[in-house]
Write a protein that binds this ligand. Structure first.
Ligand SMILES: [Zn+2]
Length: 181
C-alpha cells in the first residue's frame, strides 16, 4: 500500500527573487529542483513540522528529519535551510498515470515544451505499486500552475506507520486507493 504526504501552505516563496534558469518564452523554471534554495531565509518559527511554500517547495523541521533518521526511513533528500529547517525531495521516481481521465494539461510552451498548468492530481493513480528504492518517492508528473508546480510525495507502509504515529505538526497522509502494476 502507498500513501500521499501533503501539508498546508507556509506563506513562503523560494523563487520570487533571485536568478533562476527560466524559459525566455513562458518564464517556466527550467531546472527548479537543482537550484540553490539556501538563500531563502526563514525568519520566523513555522507552526508546522512540514509545510509547503507557495511555489511548491516542501519545508520540514529538524524534528521531522530526526524522526526519519531515528526510524531508518530512507530515500528523502534533506537540503539545509537556516533556523534548523530543510527542504525535501525524494530520490526515487514513481510514475503517475498521465492517461488518467480528468487529467488536464494546459498551455504547452513551444519553446521549452512545458505546460503552464497540470491539473487533476486527485485521485492519485500510479502505474507502479511499490517504491523502487527507500521509503519515499516523487511522482514523475508535477502538478499545479507556473512556479507552484511540484511532484506529489509518496511514501510506503513503513514510513506511513512511523510518521502517522509521530506527533509531527502539519503532516497529512492519505492512503492511495488505486495503484496498478
Ligand atoms: Zn517555455
Amino acid at each position: 500500500m502507498l500513501y500521499k504526504i501533503s501539508c498546508h501552505d507556509n506563506d513562503l516563496y523560494f523563487f520570487d527573487e533571485g536568478e533562476f534558469k527560466r524559459c525566455p518564452e513562458c518564464n517556466e523554471l527550467l531546472d527548479k529542483w537543482n537550484e540553490d534554495l539556501s538563500n531563502t531565509k526563514i525568519s520566523k518559527r513555522l507552526k508546522a513540522d512540514i509545510s509547503c511554500s507557495y511555489d511548491g517547495v516542501t519545508v520540514v523541521s529538524s524534528r521531522f528529519k530526526d524522526v526519519c533518521e531515528a526510524n531508518e526511513l530512507t530515500g528523502l533528500n534533506f537540503y539545509q535551510l537556516n533556523n534548523d529547517y530543510y527542504w525535501i525531495l525524494p530520490d526515487s521516481v514513481i510514475r503517475f498515470d498521465s492517461g488518467r481521465k480528468g487529467l488536464i494539461f494546459e498551455e504547452k510552451c513551444s519553446e521549452c515544451n512545458n505546460y503552464e498548468s497540470v491539473v487533476g492530481a486527485s485521485p492519485v493513480v500510479l502505474l507502479e505499486s511499490s517504491i523502487r528504492k527507500g521509503n519515499f518517492a516523487k511522482t514523475d508528473l508535477e502538478f499545479a500552475s507556473n512556479d507552484e508546480k511540484h511532484p506529489l510525495i509518496i511514501c510506503d507502509e513503513k514510513a506511513y506507520s512511523v510518521l502517522s504515529k509521530s506527533d509531527l505538526k502539519g503532516l497529512l497522509i492519505t492512503k492511495i486507493e488505486q495503484t496498478f502494476n
